[in-house]
Design a protein around this ligand. Structure first.
Ligand code: NAD
Length: 475
């Protein structure tokens, strides 16, 4: 753990093991912190806040640029670490390092654009000046699926705004968090500005984060169930809250789309990170006119996706995070099969060729999916593409919106009016139009309804860490 500029053990001396999800090998032992460690980290962040807020935006930007540069220089080692700890193929880890680093560069630039406003008054002898100030100490909780970029997406804007921070990374990926902290430390971050508490049991840390009055903001990425609980606790103490939660993304192929292009997009997108992405397409609505062409394009492509250990040549899909994840995916596919769906490719756990020690599920396509199947309603978080054939173009937006989630949605069409009407009608925070990667450090990321509150990235991303202060001035 990292508290007040020092790598430290847990106060009670406990540790927990970190394993490689592809092999089951133990790859590290990490301090197992508790409530007292979390409080010590908040002590440090609180003590550092006064000096950090007094730094110039230029020096904060320089620090972030320094950390960005170090992530670039260390990209190969960071990617190897990520593949070993999280499981995604090396190429995908490299892409995440670049994506994650880009948040530091973007928010380094945004740091210098925090400005105020001179406002009119109805009184001739009065002026108003509105300025932005950092919210103060930030508590951050991050997931394992994107174990570096989910940190930089929070640390970048927090530090740029002038906030100090306490992080609790996911218990599955603390080594990635440590490597990101090393970039900040080597870039010269002052003691106490960033702090990290690791724990095998996150609940006591969450309780401290949401009850300590010195914490002014909670930022969380993870499941809707945990986000809801933490947001409620933080809300009770009037902490600011940003929560990026689960998703159940629809992927709509309109009659005027090119079904082959759409199927290639779906096959590329669905299996990224083994489907363990909150913006992964989970319901593929394909118009009946295109069903055959779409399925005939997608199935052979998916059949060619090689599952395996992320360091091996040609591997396109790594393991799932743990056994519970494999069981959840298997249960969804089995339920769909029992209710009449077909599984033209995949549909089973993978244990051959040395994969038995890891948590592997085959890249899978399920056809004939209907709304009575669990997979239609529940977020999958695995390498399964469920295809739903629809007839009525007028109804497909209602079908896509028929979920409590509202994070990402995808639309394939060649018609501009269809695209715009779909974007306007879909209740989702991020919409890919003929595009499978609608994300960037420069673009606001976040969802509606059960997918969360607030946005990360873009101009919005730094606003979440600032509050407005007004001066009314009598002349
Ligand atoms: P999770 O909610 O179980 O865990 C997320 C983080 O919360 C981890 O660090 C975990 O240790 C911590 N946590 C769990 N219980 C806690 C508690 N009581 N107090 C404090 N911290 C606690 O989710 P997960 O399994 O790690 O991630 C998968 C989920 O995250 C999926 O639903 C996915 O859609 C979502 N996700 C969303 C985004 C997004 O930006 N919207 C990004 C990545 C993942």
């Amino acid at each position: 753990m990292f508290i007040n500029g020092q790598w430290v053990d847990a106060i009670d001396g406990g540790t927990f093991a970190v394993t490689n999800p592809a092999t089951g090998d133990v790859i590290g032992n990490i301090p197992d912190g508790g409530a007292a460690d979390a409080t010590a980290a908040i002590d440090a962040a609180h003590a550092a806040q006064r000096d950090w807020v007094a730094t110039t935006a230029y020096s904060r930007a320089d620090l972030l640029m320094g950390a960005w540069r170090l992530m670039g220089e260390r990209a190969t080692e960071l990617a190897a670490l990520m593949t070993g700890e999280q499981g995604k193929p090396l190429k995908a880890s490299r892409a995440e390092v670049t994506y994650g680093a880009d948040f530091l560069r973007w928010f380094a630039e945004e740091a210098r654009r925090i400005t105020g406003e001179w406002l009119p008054s109805s009184r001739a002898d009065q002026r108003f000046l509105s300025v932005k100030t950092p919210v103060g100490v930030v508590a951050a909780v991050t997931p394992w699926n994107y174990p570096m970029s989910m940190l930089t997406r929070k640390m970048g804007p927090a530090l740029a705004a002038g906030c100090t921070l306490v992080l609790k990374p996911a218990e599955a990926t603390p080594l990635c968090a440590k490597a990101i902290f090393d970039c900040f430390i080597d870039a010269g971050v002052p003691d106490g500005v960033i702090n990290m508490v690791t724990a095998s049991n996150p609940a006591p840390i969450g309780d401290v984060f949401t009850s300590d009055p010195r914490v002014k903001k909670l930022t969380f990425t993870g499941s809707t169930a945990v986000g809801r609980v933490l947001a409620a606790k933080a809300g009770a103490n009037l902490q600011r809250v940003s929560v990026e939660l689960g998703g159940h993304a629809p992927f709509i192929v309109y009659p005027d789309a090119d079904p082959v292009h759409a199927a290639k997009g779906a096959a590329a997108l669905k299996f990224l990170n083994s489907g363990q992405a909150c913006i992964s397409p989970n319901r593929l609505y394909v118009h009946r006119d295109h069903a055959d062409a779409f399925i005939d394009t997608m199935v052979p492509r998916v059949a060619k996706v090689k599952a395996g250990i992320g360091t091996a040549e040609g591997v396109g899909v790594g393991p799932l995070v743990n056994e519970a994840a494999v069981a959840k995916v298997a249960a969804q596919v089995d339920d769909a099969r029992a209710k009449g769906a077909e599984v033209p490719v995949g549909g089973m756990r993978l244990t051959d060729d040395g994969l038995d020690a890891g948590h592997f599920y085959a890249p899978t396509v399920v056809t004939g999916v209907t709304d009575d199947m669990t997979i239609y309603r529940e977020e999958t978080f695995g390498p399964v593409a469920p295809i739903i054939v629809y007839d009525d173009v007028e109804q497909v937006i209602d079908l896509a919106n028929d979920t409590n989630y509202g994070l990402a949605a995808y639309v394939y069409t060649k018609d501009l009016s269809t695209a715009i009407r779909a974007m306007e009608g879909l209740r989702f925070g991020i919409i890919g139009i003929n595009d499978v990667n609608p994300t960037s450090a420069a673009a606001p990321f976040g969802g509606m309804n059960d997918s969360g509150l607030g946005r990360e990235g873009g101009r919005e991303g730094i606003a979440e860490y600032l509050e407005t202060k007004l001066a009314g001035i009598a002349l």
